[in-house]
Design a protein around this ligand. Structure first.
Ligand code: SF4
Length: 898
């Protein structure tokens, strides 16, 4: 019996690879399908999964995988090579560049998708053996402002709150966080607690109305970028009203006067603060009052705080309020950074950012460098911070960095000013990409491609937002020649003569070294200490249960509240108030670009869709890239709901479907981050985002780029459903959506004289065994065709000069049939089903495939008034619960309509 067969039969406990909530997952492999369920014993989710987690099984497929190493030849063609050839090439080329240009001429750009063990080896190799700190991570784009804020306030990057604290809090403040969509299981924990204790209050501070705000007692739609002003106002208010923990401040903090002076400089009057924040003064005063009268307050913050040119100050403005009121280091109280990625926290533990060192040590401290270098027995150690993400790609563009190894991330999509990133990679002498997927916007620029193991194949650990370390365990054998990221790095190290320092047999060896380093020369000087997890051995590591750090050699210290003893990790043992004078966003709107572009996630997709894009279930919620804006801004811009629009900034432009959701305040736009060249012709929002960064953290300003919107006028609309993926170059605008048994392409074009029969045959393929059903009415600008093989539909295309095309839901159903009936065939030619079929409308509940129209119909027909009643009648909302906020909105809208 071989090892892969053993893996295939087992039920494996692992961790969801998406958001920083870090849910436990039980996987059972059944044939070639991975069945996924929530892990009932995991302390994060207790058996629940959101819709993305529930659909994880759809993504464990061979489709699109990078299967073997490849090197680009002299003609620019990628050629398959053995691992030895590829790694020899990588080691020799990198060494050659270092010899000629110095160690700072090579760089790594890694990812919060890496497991802690991969992350640890990458940082050890680069900082300790290459001797440069030019290794940064896509976590720079996500939570580096939180890291910088924690370090400024606490002396170490420590998240002082756990998920349990959310259930102990009497007031939860959610700032710049659409928690309902971006951390759904965490949000469900909050909602359940609110249902249990209705007196618990939820305040959401966000310019947008979102699924999260629907559950709030109070929503403060502040002006974009005004967060520091709002929390400075709170600091002043608390001070004025005597909500000051004097004993704690005297014993455990410093810097209060400077912070108060800076806060009061902007005006101490609530009405003035409200005006500056664009808020109703009464509502702002109510928030300040709630904070003041509630002992147990947790303030959760996420990308709306971090992704800003004042991100670090925003974090510290929040922390200042908790320090002043003493609402920290106690159950149910404290500031809580919600991390975006599954292992952003693990990356922080190993010094994943270019200005950090392993085990929470400081790159700029000679003592810390000596500790790490001695422990690693390394020949050299970086002695100055490396380049942060945006600067790193600027250095590539300018030729200062000659080689970059990109691991598990897609910077051509995700970085700001992403067209510049494209240009930089096109100019770079050597681009190495290790990834799971062969064709991404970034792998297109690779000179060397290295196949990495995917979720389900990898073995290691991740750490979630509340510092809980969980095992990610392999449950399928690696596809093709995919290998662990740490193995590739260790093999390069071996070729450079460092075999002894990288002699890992498996991930448990690396974790053991990581745990020992955290405890070495620590003696309580660093809160991050997992020395108690050293020496587990392979069996102990395999059996490791979720555990929050610190775990010292003698005790699981995390059982105690962080900072409960009033001790912080600056050299004087005190926390610091930080003065945070408010700053406006660097690029203000103007007459040419009068709107503020905000970017973020949608409920059912993750990052650049390399995984979620494979799932028909997940694709059904929001199928297309869109731009959401206020109805009046739409009117002034000459666009309307459902049409196409061009969104432009000084850095780039895209085309997306207009959505007027009613959730956007005047003067702002929202565009999702997910779509890229693999899924749409022209929807990569990273190309539009200004490359401005926070001066302390280097985190880019993803939430505030001046922009404008214009109509994108087209001559025709169309769509294709096809069992096979199709080339789309001939159409001026397209987007691809994964269906259950087909690919769907939404199309639009500006050419007025398209030869549809020819284009359809070119696009759908000339199959001599195929039957063509075809209808054209040139005067009406209509064309339809379907391709049938052995009575089964293979593809169909519908084009019209008008946008009222047939229901995709009806046509999708035909792909489930082995043989089309006569009425089906006639329906294809007529362009509508002969028998009326229900049009469910856009999907709301992805788990059970329940659409908006059906829900509204159900509410009306059956007089349903609660989510529970909807679930009983239609099943929606009864599985993962991710759609519950949307169901509540539909119920509320129906009440208003009635
Ligand atoms: Fe995964 Fe959803 Fe849990 Fe996040 S909330 S870890 S996406 S299951």
């Amino acid at each position: 019996m071989d090892e892969s067969a053993d893996i295939a039969r087992a039920v494996v406990k692992t961790t969801c690879p998406y958001c920083g909530t870090g849910c436990g997952v039980d996987v059972t492999v059944d044939g070639d399908h991975a069945k996924v369920a929530g892990d009932k014993e995991h302390p994060t989710n207790y058996g629940r999964l959101c819709v993305k987690g529930t659909a994880l099984g759809d993504t464990v497929v061979a489709q699109g995988r990078l299967l073997y190493p490849q090197i680009r030849d002299a003609d620019g063609v990628m050629v398959r090579r053995s691992w030895d050839e590829a790694l020899d090439h990588v080691a020799a080329r990198l060494q050659g560049i270092v010899d000629e240009h110095g160690r700072d001429a090579i760089a790594w750009y890694v990812s919060g998708q890496l497991l802690t063990e991969d992350y640890y080896v990458a940082n050890k190799l680069v900082k300790g053996f290459v001797g440069t700190a030019n290794i940064d991570t896509n976590s720079r784009l996500c939570m580096s402002s939180a890291v910088a804020g924690h370090k400024r306030a606490f002396g170490e990057d420590i998240v002082p709150v756990s998920y349990d604290d959310l259930e102990l809090a009497d007031l939860i403040v959610l700032v710049g966080s659409n928690t309902a969509w971006c951390h759904p299981i965490l949000f469900q924990r909050i909602v359940r607690e609110k249902e249990r204790r209705p007196e618990m209050k939820i305040v959401v501070i966000d310019p947008r109305r979102t699924a999260t705000t629907e559950m709030a007692d109070l929503h403060l739609p502040l002006r974009a970028g005004a967060d520091v002003r709002l929390f400075n106002g709170l600091l002043t208010y608390l001070n004025q009203h005597g909500i000051v923990d004097t004993a704690f401040i005297e014993r455990s903090t410093s810097g209060l006067k400077e912070a108060l002076d800076a806060a009061e400089a902007g005006g101490a009057d609530v009405r003035a603060v409200a005006e500056q924040c664009g808020l109703d003064a009464g509502q702002l005063a109510e928030f300040y009052r709630l904070f003041a009268v509630t002992e147990r307050v947790v303030t959760c913050f996420s990308m709306g705080v971090n992704q800003s040119s004042a991100g670090t100050d925003k974090v510290n403005a929040i922390i200042n309020c908790h320090l002043l009121s003493g609402r920290i280091g106690k159950p149910g109280a404290g500031p809580f950074s919600l991390t975006g990625q599954p292992n952003a926290m693990g990356g922080r533990e190993v010094g994943g950012l270019s200005n950090m060192l392993a085990a929470h040590m400081d790159l700029e401290s000679a003592a810390d460098r000596d500790t790490v270098q001695t422990f690693w027995s390394s020949p050299a150690i970086a002695d100055k911070p490396g380049l942060k993400a945006v600067d790193l790609f600027d250095a590539i563009d300018e030729g200062r960095i000659k080689a970059v190894w990109i691991m598990a991330t897609n910077p051509v999509v995700s970085l700001p000013d992403a067209d510049k990133v494209k240009r930089a990679l096109a100019r770079c002498e050597l681009v190495i990409v290790s990834d799971v997927i062969e064709k991404t916007d970034t792998t297109a620029f690779a000179h060397v491609l290295l196949p990495a193991q995917g979720w389900g194949e990898k073995d290691g650990t991740v750490t979630n937002s509340e510092r809980c370390i969980s095992r990610q365990r392999a449950f399928v054998a690696p596809l093709g020649e995919a290998r662990a990221d740490w193995w590739m790095l260790a093999e390069v190290a071996r070729r450079w003569g460092f075999a002894a320092q990288f002699a890992y047999q498996d991930a448990s060896d690396i974790f053991d070294e990581h745990a020992r380093l955290s405890a070495w020369r620590n003696d309580g000087s660093r809160y991050f200490d997992i020395g108690g997890l050293a020496g587990l051995g392979t069996a102990g590591y395999d059996a490791l249960q979720p555990v929050r750090w610190p775990v010292t050699a003698s005790v699981e210290a995390a059982a105690l509240q962080a900072f409960a003893d009033g001790r912080y990790y600056h050299t004087d043992g005190r926390a610091r108030f930080i003065a945070t004078p408010p700053r406006a966003p660097v690029n203000p709107v103007d007459d040419e670009y009068p709107l503020v572009l905000n970017t973020g996630r949608v409920r059912d997709h993750w990052h650049t869709m390399t995984r979620t894009g494979l799932s028909a279930t997940l694709a059904s919620h929001i199928a297309e890239p869109y731009v959401d804006l206020h109805a009046q801004d739409a009117l002034l811009s000459g666009v309307s709901d459902g049409t196409l629009a061009r969104v432009s900034t000084r850095w780039g432009s895209l085309v997306a479907r207009v959505k007027i959701s009613g959730e956007m305040p005047r003067g702002t736009l929202f565009v999702p981050i997910h779509w890229n060249a693999q899924y749409a012709s022209d929807a990569r929002v990273g190309g539009l985002v200004n490359p401005v960064v926070d001066p302390v953290s280097g985190e880019p300003e993803f939430k505030h780029t001046p922009a404008k919107v214009e109509a994108f006028t087209v001559a025709w609309h169309g769509f294709v459903l096809s069992r096979d993926a199709l080339p789309m170059e001939t159409h001026s605008w397209w987007t691809r959506v994964t269906g259950a048994q087909f690919n769907r392409y939404e199309l639009a074009g500006r050419d007025t004289d398209a030869d549809w029969p020819n284009l359809a045959r070119a696009a759908l393929g000339a199959n001599s065994n195929a039957d063509w059903l075809e209808y054209e009415d040139r005067s009406a600008g209509l064309y339809r065709a379907a391709l049938l093989v052995d009575e089964r539909i293979e593809a169909c295309i519908f084009v019209s000069q008008r946008s009222d095309l047939p229901s995709r839901a009806w046509l999708s159903g035909l792909f489930a049939k082995d043989v089309l009936s006569e009425p089906d065939r006639i329906g294809l030619l007529v362009g509508e089903p002969l028998e009326a079929a229900e049009d469910q409308g856009p999907t709301v509940c992805s788990c059970w495939g329940v659409g908006r129209n059906r829900i509204i119909d159900g509410i009306r027909k059956h007089g349903l008034t609660t989510v529970a009643a909807l679930g009983e009648k239609l099943q929606c909302g009864t599985n993962c619960g991710s759609c519950v906020p949307e169901l509540k909105v539909l119920l509320a809208q129906s009440r208003v309509a009635a």
